[in-house]
Design a protein around this ligand. Structure first.
Ligand code: IPM
Ligand code: MN
Length: 347
């Protein structure tokens, strides 16, 4: 029987109950689908940092490398550890080390979920560049505390980096409804963003079957609210994609539904699957966090591993759950009730 060996990093706050719920769903669907799953849980988190001085051990990346995939709950507990430390010590190094350059986030309403919009019929796949751009980490801060203090954060756009994310987005568009929206701010940022537009034009010649539209980020932010049904695949730089996918989460009913995959399409190392919501310190002890985003991310993981029908089974169980009115609004149901409903829906 085929076995997949997973690294599970629950992380902080609601990360632990969310990954536990997803794990229960994963093992059930695996048993139904004729493959098995093994896992190692890593305690890397802000608590781990407080005990050891590091978010993960020095050989953490090498430890993760042999796994088939990584399931991550959430990273961050800002009252104990600044986000700039926790995220740069765990989440972001994993994305970078394993060249998970495609951050893929689906935005659509599950059956029975009422989002804030009047038009519910959208189905958007956001493809966010995940390795460079505005989050390159290049920059510095000098003359700290002096009146002439300077902080510089350099956005980095490389030909290889832009080409590979656009190519990935074109491929996704080809597999879906054949439409690609490429998002920049090339009217104001005349170097990097004009370059991105040029690369989009260059690649579009290889994908004549994909209809490409270019948007500026401000216009796209409005479009995702006003006319989301007009969109199919949306591709954007790291920062722009980060912002747009929070809008995506909002229109799909909230962060409790926002799944994501950090993918290395070349499969040189493990890809990582995580909900968008973060550790949610405000509700972490209430047992009411919605595990749907993590379970959906787990379905994306199975899809990536080639277990397409098992992934579809999970998505069907999620829809069956929300169609019954369970887990459809923030705080409405306990985590446990949502999980057991999903498990029952898998029968
Ligand atoms: C996300 C998050 C992260 C990001 C933060 C926590 C660094 O907002 O996954 O969208 O911007 O990538
Ligand atoms: Mn974000």
């Amino acid at each position: 029987m085929k076995n997949y060996n997973l690294a599970v990093i629950p992380g902080d706050g609601i990360g632990k109950p969310m990954t536990m719920a997803a794990w229960d769903v994963l093992t059930k669907v695996a048993a139904q689908s004729g493959f098995s799953l093994s896992q190692v849980t890593f305690p890397w988190s802000c608590d781990y940092y407080l005990q050891t001085g590091e978010m993960m051990p020095a050989d953490g990346i090498e430890t993760l490398r042999p796994f088939d995939a990584i399931l991550l709950g959430a990273v961050g507990w800002p009252v104990k550890v600044p986000d700039s430390v926790s995220l740069h010590g765990l989440l972001l190094p994993i994305r970078k080390a394993f060249v998970q350059y495609a951050n893929v986030r689906p935005h659509r309403l599950l059956a029975g979920v009422e989002g804030p919009l009047r038009s519910p019929n959208f189905d958007i796949l956001c493809v966010r560049e995940n390795s460079e751009g505005e989050y390159s980490g290049a920059g510095g801060r000098v003359h700290q505390g002096q009146p002439n203090e300077v902080a510089i954060e350099t956005a980095v756009f490389t030909r290889s980096g832009v080409e590979r994310i656009l190519r990935y987005a074109f491929e996704q568009a080809r597999r879906r409804r054949g439409k690609l929206a490429s998002v920049t701010k090339s009217n104001a940022q005349k170097h990097s963003m004009v370059f991105w537009d040029d690369m989009t034009d260059e690649l579009s010649r290889e994908y004549p079957d994909v209809e490409v539209e270019r948007y500026h980020i401000d216009a796209m932010a409005a479009r995702m609210v006003m006319a989301p049904a007009s969109l199919d695949v949306v591709v954007a730089s790291n920062l722009f994609g980060d912002i747009l996918t929070d809008i995506g989460a909002a229109i799909q009913g909230g962060l409790g539904f926002a799944a994501s995959a950090n993918i290395d399409p070349h499969r040189n190392g493990p890809s990582m699957f995580e909900p968008v919501h973060g550790s949610a310190p405000d509700i972490a002890h209430l047992g009411i966090a919605n595990p749907i985003a993590t379970i959906w991310s787990a379905a994306m993981m199975l899809d990536h591993l080639g277990e397409h029908s098992a992934a579809s089974r999970i998505m069907a169980a999620l829809e069956k759950t929300t169609a019954q009115g369970v887990g459809t609004a923030p705080g409405k149901d306990k985590t446990d009730r949502i999980k057991t409903t999903v498990l029952a829906a898998l029968e």
